[in-house]
Ligand binder design. Structure first.
Ligand code: C5P
Length: 222
């Protein structure tokens, strides 16, 4: 094995992506953003007009999707069938469609295989909703990263308005709360803290503080 398998799960807006990226850099590990993979499937489904399709059509769609992460100077681009979709998968529209599409078992099964293949050599940090519970239940270190819904909504709002997207704080907090509900309430692989996960609540902590806490815990296991 090249190193540990680290799982980071938690609701949207908890700072998972930023923290996972920086932690991976510090450890020299590969960062696998599983949310981006679900987003990629949602984008392709939307473009094909198959966002509410039956299982069979969705499965066929999945089989035609190739997802790659292109890593260059710490910057991670998401490539789907040769196209760079890094920005296209981050719109509020795709966020809500992703929540619906990720509830579909055919989609989860397709990505599960891919995620295990990408991670099983170790030296990886996977971030998502079900890494510690379903994808790698035997991960070496599991974190459950959360923060209050208000703080997560505010962070997402700052991120979106910073990119020039025109949304209100109130609507962003509601969208985050709705996504929590959908992600926790779904039948297949719902968002759930693994019994052996370490809880990290980032409310009121800076990103650097959170990373320092997590890095310390990983180093103990290395
Ligand atoms: O992490 P991110 O916000 O990019 O994830 C987008 C959506 O993908 C989540 O709201 C969730 O519905 C879905 N997802 C999932 N399982 C994962 C990662 C993401 O269902 N492991």
């Amino acid at each position: 094995r090249r190193g540990l398998i680290i799982a980071i799960d938690g609701p949207s807006g908890a700072g998972k992506s930023t923290i996972t990226k920086r932690l991976a850099d510090r450890l020299g590990y590969v960062h696998i953003d599983t949310g981006a993979m679900f987003r990629a499937v949602a984008l392709v489904a939307k473009r094909a007009g198959l966002d509410g399709a039956d299982d069979e059509s969705l499965e066929r769609l999945c089989r035609g999707i190739e997802i790659d992460f292109f890593r260059n100077n710490g910057c991670c681009r998401v490539i789907v069938n040769g196209e760079d979709v890094t920005e296209a998968i981050r719109t509020p529209d795709i966020s809500s469609l992703t929540s619906a599409i990720s509830a579909r078992k055919v989609v989860r099964d397709f990505l599960l295989t891919l995620q295990r293949r990408m991670g099983n050599e170790g030296g990886v940090i996977l971030e998502g909703r079900d890494i510690g519970t379903v994808v790698f239940p035997n991960a070496d270190v599991k974190f459950f990263l959360s923060a209050s819904v208000e703080e997560r909504g505010r962070r997402r709002w700052l991120e979106l308005t910073g990119k020039g997207v025109n949304v209100t704080l109130e609507d962003t907090v509601s969208a985050v709360a709705l996504r929590d509900k959908q992600d926790s309430g779904r039948e297949h692989a719902p968002l759930r803290r693994a019994d052996d996960a370490i809880d990290v609540d980032s409310t009121g902590l800076s990103i650097d503080q959170v990373i320092a806490i997590m890095e310390g815990m990983v180093r103990e296991k290395e």
